[in-house]
Design a protein around this ligand. Structure first.
Ligand code: SRM
Ligand code: SF4
Length: 577
């Protein structure tokens, strides 16, 4: 492993010490798992992330837990499954639904990176939970932590020469960049009573040939898109591949690097950033170049300040030419320049479409990715019926929704019937603004949430639907993305409209991004109370209707007008005459 003396700041962040001392992600997780407590200590909490789980507490139960004299917080765990390209079987989805009912909080969340999250898992059930996910041949390893996370790729099941190639690359990259430590197996899969640790002697090259014992400075994200379809938002990833297609076949990829959205508004040194185009790689070079990118970040990324530790800051600070030269050095040969190919459309894959093999897939819009059952709507029950009766292959989208694949023509009506039977709307019955909206988890589980997000967005969309209908804009396609804090988990910073929780009950309203994901939005108004969000946007919708050119999108229009003009329209519309 090369040394990283060029970049290590004088003082390493405390998490670096924890990783170094962890013996390849073991720490004292094993001992703590065996102890009769309801939570883990500080160091193991950091290590648990690499294993795919976060210690959390129900923030709404904090007071209650203290009053009843129990531990200060009602601890439980979020468990995230890593699902490359979002591709899974009916049985794997059924297993997650069983887990959320049997040992979770009875809901399941489809994430913005094509993964699944369980919440409310008690410490005493954590091993069982992770083991049962592995029993159905999925894993939680590296779903979180300072490593390469779930690899995204367009999930559409077209039986052409393109999508399957990208989806296989997602799987291969996920496997190639997964941590090699046996700690995961020892802690979660092996009988806890049996045997020793597999760690004895050896070196980083043996245990973690790519990462070494300190893994990466920070989380690392990879996504794969194609020009016709940037449904995974490739430019927001640390590492992105855009397929270069000639005569219907993938001949390689334009590699983009240095995207990332998290920001701390009070720290000017942090900012959202879209990736830079770096180089063209052939299909044979793709995995080797990905490894080289990871290793350059490993050796030169900032390990002193976790707020500046993402790859985007290394590339911002050193420049793309420096970074490309380093990648070529680590890869061992020069790379070609990017071709002209770039993303030019975004398909959310909702509704019916032919796969190309005589069968169909149905994109089913799940509002904010949250699966629950109540007296009106029973998402879980519908999914169970569909998985048991039709056995579709399941694919999760980056817009927190589901594709039911391999549906025979004769079963199309049956599938729709199973959805309607549970009180759920078909995709075709949902307004465009709802269909193109997503929200992060936020309250009550996310420890970083400042405001509501997924629980608040549906009501806000109800109001927005009315305003858009009044303006005759209900057919417009634009993205609305909401988060409960500035970390950007629902990618608000490149959306047409981004709503970002900033202070209690108040949001920063961004506009000017694009459905294609290739432009950052800008702040239109800050600290807008939740109740006022729709009314501050209404004058913009009116101005858009009157002043747009041609088929200009809402985000394009806001960018062309500029914020001074947008605020002027707002002031004119709200002035008391
Ligand atoms: Fe995220 C942290 C949820 C996608 C940027 N994210 C968190 C944590 C783990 C909170 C924490 O650290 O305690 C959230 C767990 C909440 C809960 O209760 O479940 C959380 N992030 C999510 C998910 C579940 C949102 C969702 O509703 O779908 C997404 C899981 C994806 C997955 O399956 O892997 C999720 N997070 C994202 C994305 C979007 C993406 O990757 O496409 C981003 C922006 C892109 C990026 O990484 O820059 C994102 N999450 C963050 C950040 C800011 C990172 C930064 O560079 O500053 C944090 C905070 C941190 O890492 O310190 C964060
Ligand atoms: Fe939590 Fe903030 Fe991410 Fe939402 S954006 S899930 S509130 S960290």
């Amino acid at each position: 492993m090369s040394d990283n003396e060029n970049t290590v700041e004088e003082k390493l962040s405390p998490v670096e010490g924890m990783k170094t001392a962890s013996r390849y992600l073991r720490g004292t997780i094993g001992e703590e798992l065996a102890a009769p407590t309801d939570h883990f200590g500080k160091e193991d909490i950091q290590l648990l992330k690499f294993h795919g789980t976060y210690q959390q507490d129900d923030r709404e139960a904090r007071g209650a837990a203290t009053e009843s004299g129990k531990s200060e917080k009602a601890y439980s765990f979020m468990v995230r499954s890593r699902i490359p390209a979002g591709i899974m079987t009916s049985d794997q989805l059924l297993a997650h639904l069983d887990l959320c009912d049997e040992i979770g909080n009875t809901t399941l969340k489809i994430t913005t990176r094509q993964g699944l999250q369980l919440h409310g898992i008690l410490k005493s059930n954590l091993r069982q939970c992770i083991k049962r996910i592995n029993d159905v041949h999925l894993s939680t390893l590296s779903a979180c932590g300072d490593v390469n996370r779930n690899v995204m790729a367009c999930p559409a099941p077209y039986r052409d020469n393109v999508r399957p190639v990208l989806q296989k690359l997602a799987y291969d990259l996920a496997m190639h960049l997964a941590p090699s430590t046996k700690a995961y197996y020892e802690l979660w899969l092996k009988d806890p009573e049996s045997g020793e640790e597999t760690l004895e002697g050896g070196s980083d090259e043996v245990y973690e040939p790519i990462y070494g014992k300190t893994y990466l400075p920070r989380k690392f994200k990879t996504g794969i898109a194609l020009p016709d379809d940037n449904c995974i938002d490739v430019y927001t990833n640390c590492l992105g591949f855009i397929a270069v297609i000639r005569e219907g076949n993938v001949i390689g990829y334009n590699v983009v690097v240095g995207g990332g959205l998290g920001v701390t508004p009070s720290a000017k040194k942090t900012f959202p950033r879209l990736a830079d185009r770096m180089a063209f790689v052939t299909t044979e070079q793709a995995i080797g170049v990905a490894e080289a990118v990871v290793k350059v970040q490993r050796d030169f990324g900032n390990r002193g300040d976790r707020k500046r530790a993402r790859l985007k800051y290394l590339i911002h600070d050193e420049g793309i030419a420096w970074f490309r030269a380093k990648v070529e050095e680590y890869f061992g040969s020069k790379l070609a320049d990017c071709t002209h190919d770039d993303v030019r459309e975004h398909n959310d894959h909702m509704g019916w479409d032919e796969q190309g093999d005589g069968r169909w897939f149905y994109g089913f819009n799940v509002e904010n990715g949250r699966l629950y059952d109540n007296e009106d709507r029973s998402w879980k029950a519908a999914l169970r019926d569909i998985c048991r009766e039709l056995r579709p292959e399941i694919r999760l989208t980056a817009h927190q929704s589901i594709l039911f694949c391999n549906i025979e023509e004769k079963d199309k009506a049956k599938l729709e019937g199973l959805i309607k039977k549970r009180g759920l709307p078909l995709t075709e019955e949902i307004s465009n603004v709802r269909r193109w909206s997503i929200a992060c988890v936020a309250m009550p589980t996310c420890g970083l949430a400042i405001t509501e997000s997924e629980r608040a967005l549906p009501g806000l969309i109800d109001d927005m639907e009315k305003v858009l209908a009044d303006q005759g804009l209900e057919k417009e396609l634009f993205t609305v993305r909401m988060t409960g804090c500035p970390n950007g988990c629902a990618r608000p910073y490149n959306a047409d409209i981004g709503l970002v929780g900033k202070a209690k009950g108040k949001y920063t309203v961004f506009v000017g991004g694009t459905r294609l994901g290739t432009r950052l939005a800008f702040i239109y108004k800050d600290l807008v109370p939740f109740e006022s969000i729709v009314s501050v946007l209404t004058p913009l919708f009116a101005a858009f209707k009157t002043n747009r050119t041609g088929t200009e999108s809402f985000g394009d229009f806001c960018t062309r007008a500029g914020n001074t003009q947008l605020l002027k329209w707002y002031d004119e519309a709200t002035a008391v005459s």
